[in-house]
Design a protein around this ligand. Sequence first.
Ligand code: BTN
Length: 239
Amino acid sequence: MNVNWFDSLDSTNSEALRHLADYPSGTVLAAREQTAGRGQRGNSWFSEPGRNLTFSIVLKHVGLKAADSIRLNALTSVAVASFLERYGVNPVIKWPNDIYVGGRKICGMLIENSLEGALVGASVMGIGININQREFPQLANATSLVLCTGKEEPLEQALEVFLDIFERLLPALDSAALWDSYSQRLYRLGVQARYHDLLRDVEFSGVVEGVDPDGRLRIRDLSASCIRLYRFKEVGYIL
Ligand code: BTN
């Protein structure tokens, strides 16, 4: 992988998308500071300059069907989870791809794909991992690697550790093994909890059973004794 460090960018995802044609597959754009970091659902991503990893990986023509694009979420999620495990931390994956430790968010991802017919042509996989930041004034529920381990990590080195794991997993993008690693680490897997069905606007008690190959979250509704399948933004976790 070809790593490019920037002192400051608006957003590593925006930079990658602006010049997508110029960045070959395997390019990594990492920023010490993002002035307009972007999160899911049009939210901002806040990160103290010089304290965390904020980077994007450009992948092109990996031969993935657009219908299987959830596998990119699985790949990055398992890579981040394995990275954190390397430091002795015990993360879970909150579907589709937030990483939590002890009930607090340590990493968010924004995966933006461009399609070529029925295939994913290019993918910009933006990843923000909180590494050395200790206070999160804008966020109620965040944590970082240093808060988990008590030890600061040099960012360049941490990115190398992550990319090494990512590169090893990449050939397994389409494998059952990757899917198992993703499913086994799901937040609340097999545990009874409360959910908000945003389409019907009702709350219910259910158990996460896994993620279907099309990316929908599978929850057993205990009140209605049926399986419910949700796309992103169709269900909320009640804490
Ligand atoms: C989220 O949880 O809402 C997704 C956050 C994604 C943040 C990363 S940081 C690197 C990349 N560049 C961005 O502007 N966003 C992603």
